[in-house]
Design a binder for this molecule. Sequence first.
Ligand SMILES: Cc1cc2nc3c(=O)[nH]c(=O)nc-3n(C[C@H](O)[C@H](O)[C@H](O)COP(=O)(O)OP(=O)(O)OC[C@H]3O[C@@H](n4cnc5c(N)ncnc54)[C@H](O)[C@@H]3O)c2cc1C
Length: 316
Amino acid sequence: MNLRDQQQQALAMLGGFAVADEPLAPHTTYKLGGPAAVFATPRSGDELRQVADATRATGLPVLVVGRGSNLLVADAGFPGIAVSLVALADHVEIEGTRVVAGAAVALPVLARRTAALGLTGFEWAVGVPGSIGGAVRMNAGGHGSDMAASLVSARVVDLHSGHDVEVEAARLHLRFRGSDLADHQVVLHATLVLHEGDAVAAEHMLADIVRWRREHQPGGQNAGSVFVNPVPGELAAAQLIDRLGLRGFRIGGACVSEKHANFVQAEHGATAADVRAVMEHVRTEVYEQTGFLLRSEVRLVGFADVEPDHREGVLL
Ligand SMILES: Cc1cc2nc3c(=O)[nH]c(=O)nc-3n(C[C@H](O)[C@H](O)[C@H](O)COP(=O)(O)OP(=O)(O)OC[C@H]3O[C@@H](n4cnc5c(N)ncnc54)[C@H](O)[C@@H]3O)c2cc1C
């Protein structure tokens, strides 16, 4: 089956909640990249199961799109089924220190809501423009904490096996900016346990974090840090890039941020290929001059030279 036939078969199976050739750029913070062959927005567990059926029947790759704050989508787009959970998983339940948050909930929203209740331990998330689902998959973090610090379990639907399981955090093997979740494994919601604290102190912390971010990170179109820190807590990718004088290095409409050397900005007229070319130049220079091979933190989607995620993921 060619892509066109796979696309048509998926659309026929996904009825009223999927569209063809949806541009992914508006779904990402880079605002770059081409369309997804199929873009599904399931509204119920049943519809998510239909996505699993369509994935298996067509063999198309799948990409869960959260808030797109860690994605660089190729200009040619994504030849598969992109899934958004905005219509399915935007609930939050808080009972005491226990928080159950839908995958589509924005991290800053949850950080503010929990802080206002005097719950501490999630303030770090106020400056991270992702979703709960993306944050579990990436083990997002900052300011000395991360998802792993409060995650108890996650509800995960495996689009290959069809299983829908509450998975203990330990089994997800969260690590610095990564986890064992694979592309076909969808986080539906996460259960966190926070700590009782003081709402005023928590809100001060939020304000400090927001101020720090404004002072140290650029606005505009980017996906945060593009490379994983080679020695977390000890050696930051930004330090290596900075030492080589690469701030401001530019290809086409993309450049290394003058404000933060591990950010690659997309400016007017930029393409995803420009951003990728800047990343590759930086990676090569850093490797040749320091011996550190930087690993992309940004998820590269639809690039012909990037191996698709063939991992089995957490066994469900
Ligand atoms: C200005 C800026 C600052 C940032 N600062 C930080 C920071 O301090 N710390 C940090 O860790 N990150 C940071 N990021 C990166 C990003 O916000 C995080 O990685 C975030 O967790 C990504 O969430 P998302 O919903 O945007 O995921 P997306 O970018 O949409 O997706 C990222 C990955 O997660 C997967 N995914 C998304 N949702 C789900 C789901 N429900 N189930 C399974 N998989 C899913 C995607 O398939 C993809 O593989 C920053 C980004 C920006 C733009």
